[in-house]
Design a protein around this ligand. Structure first.
Ligand code: FAD
Length: 285
């Protein structure tokens, strides 16, 4: 079963979680996963710490999702610090535990470095390698509606996105983007550049002021005026902020649906209660 088959028929929705660190217990996340399964997402993805040294319990979590027999698991994977040999061995392990969906990324450079320190320099090279060596993988690639922060221009960033499609990517998963007009503009631009892949849009729920400011700044993303107002008005009161933020997120999901997206990918931040409110409030389930 490939998620892209579902995307041909209808809009899908998926969740993203992050694994506990290697020395931490796995059980609290397994409990959250059990609750998330009940919301019947089409896929759950698990992040991968760049370099693999801090990948934590990524493989164990992917296996637990697979073993639930309820939802398609997807691993994120980066080429930072990874040799061909290591990649081959790890991807074989994913396939052995039944994980055949992968978000193939370059990853962020470690602090102070300007190279991956591995055999591949960019995601398109990793994607080409996976497509060649492991044709059974369904490969997602990243997309940046507000441009990747390192790229000099939209044109170059979109050219590299096209290269990721041509290397064998199956669908796009986007970076968070609160500016929906910008998203629509970007979709038009990438379609004109020949990028035809279906798009699973990243939704970062507005639940905590500090997290929103940190994540947007980290990715070079913008904070539109209506979101800035929520931060100014409710930023000192976590409870009121969250209430307004959940409404904002539901509204954002509706706006995205109206643009005709192929999927919604909700970053859960390993939270269930607020995600439940968003999923129900948006009418996704
Ligand atoms: P690339 O597509 O390789 O692009 C990186 C930069 O190089 C861009 O500026 C691009 O324009 C440029 N470029 C691309 N190809 C070439 C080329 N051939 N020649 C010259 N320039 C090129 N990070 C993690 O560490 N773990 C995760 O689990 C994780 N999950 C993510 C999930 C999603 C949905 C997204 C959108 C991002 C995620 N990231 C994760 C972050 C990601 O690793 C960073 O954004 C990273 O800086 C770039 O990775 P990429 O795959 O987009 O890189």
């Amino acid at each position: 079963m490939k998620i892209t088959n579902n995307m041909k028929e209808r809009m899908i929705f998926s969740f993203e979680i992050f694994p506990p660190k290697s020395h931490k217990p796995i059980e609290p996340l397994l409990k959250i996963l059990d609750d998330l399964y009940d919301l019947k997402p089409d896929l759950i993805s698990c992040t991968y710490g760049a370099g693999g040294s801090n990948a934590g319990l990524n493989m164990e979590i992917c296996k637990a999702i697979k073993d639930s027999n309820r939802i398609i698991p997807m691993t994120h994977y980066t080429c930072i610090g990874n040799t061909r040999e290591k990649i081959k061995s790890e991807l074989n392990q994913y396939l052995q535990i039944g994980v055949n969906h992968i978000l193939a990324l370059r990853g962020d450079y470690p602090k102070g470095q300007r190279s991956t320190g591995g055999d591949f320099n960019y995601a398109n090279e990793l994607i080409a390698y996976i497509r060649e060596e492991f044709p059974e993988f369904c490969i997602a690639v990243s997309g940046n509606p507000e441009k990747h922060y390192e790229a000099n221009s939209f044109d170059s960033d979109i050219t590299y996105l096209r290269m990721k499609q041509d290397a064998g990517g199956d669908f796009i998963m986007t970076q968070l983007c609160y500016d929906i007009d910008q998203y629509s503009w970007w979709v038009e631009r990438i379609r004109r550049a020949g990028v035809k892949l279906p798009i699973n849009v990243g939704i970062m729920p507005v639940l905590n002021k500090d997290v929103i400011i940190k994540m947007t700044l980290q990715n070079g993303s913008s904070i539109p005026r209506d979101l800035a107002e929520i931060i100014s008005r409710y930023g000192d009161n976590n409870e009121d902020f969250k209430k307004a933020g959940i409404d904002y997120t539901i509204n954002q999901i509706h706006k995205y649906i109206n643009t005709g997206v192929n999927g919604l990918h909700i970053y859960t931040l390993n939270n269930y209660d607020d995600i439940l409110k968003i999923v129900k409030g948006a009418g996704l389930r």
